[in-house]
Design a protein around this ligand. Structure first.
Ligand code: DGI
Ligand code: FE
Ligand code: FE
Length: 194
């Protein structure tokens, strides 16, 4: 796992533009901390974080072609906003280009943008870290979410989904992906049940 991280790190550092590299290392750092707090394998969390945006630089038409090639379905929202596909394509690239076989890591990458219902611990660590890493400065409630993430990962996950849905609803050119909306409703219900 260690060798693998170092090799992938070198390859990605070369390929990524500096702003994405900086964001990625912020997610690695945050995911490592959350993994420690919540008792998840720190190395696995860091590898998932390192790779989560590895497909971000692939042009949209190639992302669409890649999904077709591997038989991965594309939603209407993804057709309207192909940038969303960097999550599904990231999982494909992690597996077929970087040789990652760990299904948990691949799943966390696949759902990191939309979230999904019943996210597992690694999914939530990556989803939350992506939103709160130290380089982020545009989203609302960041200060609060950074504290909350250390106290209650489920609540942080819900609050991020809530902010994402309200951001997308206030933005008429953005279609909410059904996976994002289902994730939001799922965590809203789960929270009520507590
Ligand atoms: O890749 P990053 O920028 O680090 O972060 P990300 O993978 O979470 O992508 C964030 C963007 O994805 C943000 O602008 C909101 C957008 N997004 C999340 N869910 C949806 C969505 N966009 C659309 N159109 N529909 C969604 O359901
Ligand atoms: Fe992303
Ligand atoms: Fe990201």
């Amino acid at each position: 796992m260690n060798m693998k991280y170092d090799e992938i790190y070198k390859a990605l550092k070369k390929d990524m533009k500096p702003s994405r590299y900086k964001h990625t290392m912020g997610v690695v750092e945050t995911a490592g901390k959350l993994a420690e707090i919540y008792g998840y394998d720190v190395k696995k969390a860091k590898l998932a974080a390192l790779l989560h945006d590895c497909a971000k630089g692939i042009p949209d038409d190639q992302k669409v072609a890649m999904c077709r090639e591997y038989g991965v379905s594309i939603t209407d929202a993804e057709r309207g906003a192909p940038a969303l596909l960097h999550a599904k394509c990231g999982a494909l690239a992690a597996e077929y280009r970087y040789g990652v076989e760990d299904e948990e890591i691949l799943h966390a990458i696949r759902v990191h943008t939309t979230g999904c219902i019943r996210m597992n611990l690694l999914d939530k660590i990556i989803f939350v870290s992506d939103y709160i890493e130290p380089g982020r400065d545009k989203a609302p409630h960041l200060k609060e979410l950074r504290n909350l993430a250390q106290e209650d990962l489920d609540e942080a996950t819900y609050r991020i989904l809530e902010d994402t849905v309200s951001y997308l609803q206030s933005n008429p050119d953005q279609t909410i992906d059904p996976t994002t909306y289902q994730a939001y409703l799922f965590y809203k219900e789960e929270r009520k049940g507590l």
